[in-house]
Design a protein around this ligand. Sequence first.
Ligand code: AMP
Length: 233
Amino acid sequence: MPQPLPNASDFLPGPVLLLGAPGVGKGTQAQLMMAEFGIPQVSTGDLLRENRRNRTPLGMTADELMNTGQLVPDNLVNDMVSARLQEPDTQHGYILDGFPRTLNQAEWLDRQLVAYMLPVVAICIKVDEATLLKRITGRRISPAGAIYNIYFNPPKVEGICDVDGSKLEQRSDDTEEVFHERMKAFRSKTAAVIDYYRSHGGRFCEVDGDKPVHEVTHEIRKSLLSLRHHPEA
Ligand code: AMP
């Protein structure tokens, strides 16, 4: 059984990156970590979708790229992340979900964090590609952000959120066709980011994302405590 976590006052998670291909469970795990560690999830995908909904210039530029599974240019994403990380809730740490996705973004983040109290640590979640396809095409999300999957974690009533009864939605890029484009972007750009953190010893762990959600959470928690040299690790 997982032990209760040290509370935020005696354990500072610092900046944590969740890395991995589309559909490995970064969003689900980031939400669970957020509740457990009391630090915010910073999802670049969510921030871009919010910009898209609000029809900001960034949202309008990102729209077509997101719909076709391509990456939004580094300078735009970096500026967006920079603004988010200046908010006071990130003071004791944060979970970056979906960032960095290119080497350029990773190097930019390292430069940003030079003065930060703790170095950034990266946890990579691995899942085989056939499972990822089902996770992506089966994913349904409530407007409040609860995540379901019609194959692996269906809601009690089809199309309806168990928590607040809202109508579940499918992301426009969660189709098979766009999934393959997103995997191409992952292989050509983001795989190098994983190697970047792997090659900088002491800041990288890999966990098997094919296990049940709570087991993956447990592995991530263990990895984080060990990367931070916490005695409970
Ligand atoms: P996600 O919700 O993380 O799967 O991201 C959805 C889409 O947003 C991606 O397919 C990209 O088009 C865009 N996106 C999210 N994060 C980034 C990033 N760090 N760099 C570039 N594009 C991104």
